[in-house]
Design a protein around this ligand. Structure first.
Ligand code: KIV
Ligand code: NA
Length: 271
């Protein structure tokens, strides 16, 4: 899937996270062109409060499962917290592991102009990089929570400058998370690479959503930026109650789920 060409052709890009073989298979077969193995897995799969504890080995493990389920989509693996910030060497070695062991086609790195030199080195050795600006969850403690970024004119201007820096460094796309729609629109106009929004309004070149949000795999919280296409958590809960009833009432397993001896063999066996 050539994501950059999609922007050139004016095609909007739908992106979704996946963390395992089963979910990757379903969304890949349905035709999503961009699958992100996001460090959101720390929250939606592991049940942690932030993405910070997710390790490179875990992203690699989940990427391998997604790769087995995916035929067509571009797979993008998140570089976890502290896997690329300490040194360019770390970033090179760790991204290479994600590509070679995790079988992704690209990595995603959070940050603006200050991380651009690292991105440039990765791109120069042949590692495609997706940027990530706005609310960057690995900086949740510094940002004081999941807040919209770039509301002040000066902050908006520096987001635009960050996007230009990522483009100049060779990033092939930029995720814009929790950014005012007008700022996201301006960035999308000012860079030639696709912007992929989440909580960034309708003017980005694409939209990325978290699998568990979009399909309702939990019933408690719903971020404002998502739309629930399914209520899987509720369906699983009621199906589970039905299964418990069926087992306790003895209606499951039934004849369809059962194999048995033939009449004659049954006679002989019982005799
Ligand atoms: O980890 C993730 O799922 C992400 C998306 C929300 C963009 O970074
Ligand atoms: Na992420």
């Amino acid at each position: 899937m050539d994501i950059v060409a999609m922007k050139r052709r004016g095609e909007r890009i739908a992106a979704l996270t996946a963390y395992d073989y089963t979910s990757a298979q379903m969304i890949d077969a349905a035709g999503v062109p961009f699958i992100l193995i996001g460090d959101t897995l720390g929250m939606v799969v592991q049940g942690q409060d932030t993405t910070l504890p997710v390790t490179l080995d875990q992203i690699i493990y989940h990427s391998q499962m997604v790769a087995r389920g995916s035929q067509r989509a571009l797979l993008v693996g998140d570089m976890p917290f502290m896997s690329y910030q300490v040194s360019v060497e770390d970033a090179l070695r760790n991204s290479a592991r994600l590509l070679t062991e995790g079988k992704v086609g690209a990595v995603k790195i959070e940050g603006g102009a200050s991380i651009a030199p690292t991105i440039e080195r990765l791109v120069n050795v042949g590692i495609p990089v997706c940027g990530h600006l706005g609310f960057t969850p690995q900086s949740v403690h510094a940002m004081g929570g999941p807040r919209i970024q770039g509301k002040e004119p000066s902050a908006a201007a520096s987001l635009v400058a960050d996007a230009k820096a990522l483009e100049a460094a060779g990033a092939f796309a930029i995720v814009l998370e929790l950014v005012p729609a007008t700022v996201a629109q301006e960035i999308s106009r000012r860079v030639s690479i696709p912007t992929i929004g989440i909580g960034a309004g309708p003017h980005c070149d694409g939209e990325v959503q978290v699998f568990h949000d979009l399909f309702g795999l939990y019933s408690d919280l719903k971020p404002r930026h998502t739309r629930r296409y399914l209520k899987v958590a509720e369906d699983i809960a009621s199906a589970t109650r039905q299964f418990i009833r069926d087992v306790s009432e003895g209606t499951f397993p039934g004849a369809e789920q059962t194999s048995d001896l033939g009449a004659e063999a049954k006679e002989r066996f019982r005799a």
